[in-house]
Design a binder for this molecule. Structure first.
Ligand code: AMP
Ligand code: ZN
Length: 114
């Protein structure tokens, strides 16, 4: 999609600190990290919000979680644990309208989240 920041990162048109990539997803470090490790996992396919998820997109969302699992294992925080979050629309705190899974690790997470 034109004019989508995360589509441009996925396409390599805008630089990002990529940590993982396969045929379905790309993951890169968040510019404004909220934990010692803060990675964003995005699908290569443009999906604006969770509300726009279509039948057939479930596999891509599964691939996003599979990437989170693999990054947690390779970066060594699978056992201590981590948090995955997907924000949706304004009330959910979404600011970039291409779905992304936040992967946060390296500190104790609190509940409920703010
Ligand atoms: P959200 O508020 O859930 O939509 O999350 C968007 C995230 O994207 C925020 O945590 C931002 O810090 C992050 N972000 C925005 N632009 C970039 C960028 N160019 N590279 C990496 N992370 C970014
Ligand atoms: Zn996009």
């Amino acid at each position: 999609m034109d004019n989508c920041l995360f589509c441009k990162i996925a396409a390599g048109e805008i630089p990002a600190d990529k940590v993982y990539e396969n045929d379905a997803v790309v993951a890169f470090r968040d510019l404004n990290p909220q934990a010692p490790t803060h990675v964003l996992v995005i699908p290569k396919k443009h999906i604006a919000t969770l509300n726009e998820l279509q039948s057939g997109d479930e596999a891509v969302v599964g691939r996003m979680y599979g990437a989170a699992r693999d990054i947690a294992a390779s970066e060594g925080f699978a056992d201590p644990g981590y948090r995955t979050v997907m924000n949706c629309n304004e009330a959910g705190g979404q600011t970039v309208f291409h779905i992304h899974l936040h992967l946060l690790a390296g500190r104790m997470m609190h509940w409920p989240p703010g």
